[in-house]
Design a protein around this ligand. Structure first.
Ligand SMILES: [Zn+2]
Length: 240
């Protein structure tokens, strides 16, 4: 029996038979996998903690007749503060729902795991705006998945947008591109989201920075970023 060691976080748990659970784990090396945790519902089970939603552990798995089973597990982080804060838990629940819908079983998702762990760590430790955290997470998630909009040039006149510091910049969610204030008149206004230059720069920063640093930026107001995050991810998810 070949044993496979992975690190991963449980993003879904389902009761199975009388005492077992099927858990979906976002892992560092196997992608997203479902595994059977035998006896996990018993109070004396060695998998009692590690088979719970949102617990990050080191798992030892084995495969039998096409299914993964837990052989052993040791908990790394239970994110306890998140579990006892219903507002934060709701935010996490929404994030895992999105992750589940955009990832396939066994698809490589090391970066998505890093992003998710980093985001819930920030949510757990700091008192930052929850809506902002969700939207930064979503923007980076879809950038990792390859959906980042055409970024630093106006898609119509090819002008460099980083030189347009005193002007507004527009996001065209139908084409998933940015356009400059001068070209705005050529586009149907209903498909445009207006962004101030600082918000546009923050979006670029989130898309381009290392996962660990995505929350290291400041804006006076996050409203535009939240609207962008919502529109950007909704339009992509509706096309998936
Ligand atoms: Zn232009």
């Amino acid at each position: 029996m070949k044993l496979i060691k992975v690190k991963g976080i449980v993003i879904r748990e389902v009761a199975y038979k009388d005492n077992d659970k099927i858990i979906t784990i976002l892992t560092d090396t196997l992608g997203k996998v479902s595994a059977i945790a035998k006896g996990a519902k018993k109070t004396n089970s060695q998998f009692l903690a590690s088979s719970q939603y949102l617990v990050y552990s080191e798992f030892v798995l084995y495969q039998n007749t096409g299914y993964f089973y837990l052989n052993s597990a040791s908990v790394i982080n239970t994110f306890y503060n998140l579990r006892v804060d219903l507002d934060k838990l709701q935010v996490v629940f929404d994030m895992t729902k999105i992750i589940n819908s955009v990832t396939d079983e066994n698809q490589d998702c090391d970066k998505i795991l890093q992003l998710f762990l980093n985001t819930i760590y920030v949510l757990d430790k700091y008192d930052k705006d929850k809506k902002m955290i969700t939207n930064v997470f979503k923007i980076k998630l879809f950038a990792i998945l390859g959906f980042a909009p055409g970024q630093d040039k106006c898609s119509i006149c090819q002008k460099k947008l980083l030189d347009e510091q005193n002007k507004l910049i527009y996001y065209d969610f139908v084409s998933n591109v940015f356009i400059c204030a001068d070209c705005k008149k050529d586009v149907d206004e209903r498909r445009l989201v207006k962004l101030s230059f600082p918000t546009y720069s923050a979006i670029l920063y989130i898309i381009r920075s290392q996962i660990k640093k995505i929350f290291s930026f400041e804006l006076k107001k996050y409203t535009e970023l939240e609207i962008f995050g919502q529109v950007f991810t909704d339009s992509i998810m509706s096309g998936l």
